[in-house]
Design a protein around this ligand. Structure first.
Ligand code: NDP
Length: 472
């Protein structure tokens, strides 16, 4: 299968063609045209034209287009799920879930298009405002540059494209190099659904060249980025006065209190740590367990991890597939070695063969080991013990990141104390931090980023408030 890039409303050749491989076994799954910095310039010019049409569309029409794309996505869901599973190495069942979540993101975006509204400003609340009326209207921001990572190639793209189009903007999308196919399939649904030419452009290609060209372009009004903190910080440095939203990584933590129900906590921690081989920004990475439950928790967690079936991503039975590339697998393996060298105990997993790695559970990991201190983005969970809740909260907060965290406890007082004291963007009680529903406000503090996604919140960032005063 060969996919052209999408620019100015049509599919066309790029400057080169690249193979897209299944990370599990390296087989070529598709060939994709890529662009360069000059093509980003062309895409921005096309988006500026598309923007003029988008601004004139009624809210009803924008919502209609988004709902038509949703319908086409659901109709084509099997092909899309196979594309996602193949290019990012995610088990098919998780890819199917991503498709259905993507359909939800489109629905919530359409609802935001319909509900987008300003407000009246009570100008005569100031004496000198007498005889005037004021209103705020919400206008599109302009051309939005969307840069997305490999791990949720459909849904994280939709979290940017959906609200941007709902708000009447035009988009230039730079998908991750490993996963351009789902983005181009999505573009085909938009084209078929009647989206104005140039309102969406998809240009795959090397991030450092294309991403930076987008961030520097004077006609781009906003960069919305999901990816690693290093790239996010760099983009903010070069974006100048553009609006910038950054959804970055984390080393998400879970507290398992003495009164936790392990029948609930353990299975959720297993799936929360090892879904998509831990390549999820809110993957469970650090688990702090009350010392009274520690032995039992570790035994059950290790058994759960050891039982996960590994295999090719497109097989129905597969629960764990591979990392995105061998370099990433080698990095995660070296972090396990470093932690073990510093005194951690490897209870299960960690064996590596090429891109594949068995889910690993370690205990007694020193807080300074990379495996805890940095974002692992791999199939690893470090389990440490604590004595009281203050100590556990301190351990969770001892992190450069703050995306989501959680606690398992039956004590509502403890649950809400932790919810208030843990420094994160989102906190879950009796669930794992890996939970995300697409309409909720989602984003982090500290190195985990700035701004919130979820269509209702993203459209705030993607529209400008304009004040109109009328002297009556
Ligand atoms: P990267 O930061 O490596 O890449 C993300 C995107 O940025 C890709 O499209 C990439 O292109 C592009 N890019 C790379 N270098 C530059 C650059 N210098 N300037 C502009 N763009 C650039 O992240 P990954 O794809 O590896 O994704 C993993 C990261 O994403 C993890 O840190 C994870 O936590 C984070 N993430 C955060 C989420 C959140 O919502 N908070 C959700 C999911 C993931 P190319 O592929 O061509 O290199």
């Amino acid at each position: 299968m060969e996919f052209q890039l999408f620019l100015g409303g049509s599919f066309r050749d790029g400057v080169a063609v690249r193979d897209v491989r299944v990370p599990y076994d390296g087989t070529v799954f598709a060939r994709v045209h890529i662009g360069d910095a000059a093509m980003v310039g062309e895409a921005v010019a096309a988006a500026r034209k598309g923007l003029i049409v988008m601004r004139g569309l009624t809210r009803a029409r924008r919502a209609e287009i988004l709902l038509e794309v949703r319908r086409r996505l659901l109709e084509d869901s099997e092909r899309m799920a196979v594309a996602i599973a193949s290019e990012c190495g995610k088990p098919l069942r998780e890819a199917q879930l991503e498709v259905s979540r993507g359909a939800g993101t489109l629905l919530f975006s359409a609802q935001e298009a319909l509900a987008l509204a300003g407000e009246e400003v009570p100008v005569d609340a100031s004496a000198h405002g007498a005889g005037r009326m004021g209103m705020v209207i919400r206008e599109p921001l302009g051309v939005i540059g969307a840069i997305t990572p490999f791990n949720f190639p459909l849904n994280l793209s939709l979290h940017k494209i959906g609200p941007a189009l709902a708000g009447g903007n035009a988009v230039v999308h730079k998908p991750a190099s490993a996963t351009p196919v789902s983005a181009l399939l999505l573009a085909s649904y938009f084209a078929e659904a009647g989206l104005p030419e140039g309102a969406l452009n998809v240009v795959p290609g090397p991030g450092a060249e294309l991403g930076e060209a987008l961030a520097r372009h004077p006609d781009v009004a906003m960069i919305t980025f999901t990816g690693s903190p290093e790239v996010g910080v760099r983009l903010r440095e070069i974006a100048g006065l553009k609006r910038v939203t950054l959804e970055l990584g984390s080393n998400s933590a879970v507290i398992v209190e003495a009164d936790a129900d392990l029948d609930v906590a353990v299975p959720l921690c297993v799936s929360g740590a090892f879904a998509h081989s831990g390549q999820v920004c809110i993957s469970v990475q650090r688990i702090f367990v009350h010392s009274s439950l520690f032995g039992e928790f570790v035994e059950r967690m290790a058994a759960g991890a050891g039982a996960l079936r590994q295999g090719p991503p497109v097989e129905e039975a597969t629960q764990v597939s591979s990392l995105i590339n061998e370099g990433e697998a080698v990095r995660v393996a070296s972090w396990i070695d470093e932690a073990v060298g510093a005194g951690a105990r490897l209870v299960t997993g960690g064996e590596r063969e090429g891109t594949r790695m068995r889910p690993a559970v370690l205990t007694d990991v020193p807080a300074a080991a990379k495996l805890l201190a940095k974002e692992a983005f791999g199939p690893v969970a470090g389990v440490n013990r604590f004595g009281d809740l203050d100590e556990a909260i301190g351990m969770v907060n001892d992190s450069d990141y703050g995306l989501q965290a959680s606690i398992f406890t039956r004590d509502i007082g403890k649950a809400f104390r932790a919810a208030r004291e843990v420094e994160v963007g989102g906190f879950m009680i009796n669930d794992v931090p890996q939970f995300r529903a697409d309409q909720m406000p989602y984003g982090g503090v500290k190195l985990s980023g700035t701004g919130r996604e979820g269509p209702h919140y993203a459209i705030e960032e993607m529209t400008e408030r304009k004040l109109i005063i009328w002297r009556v």
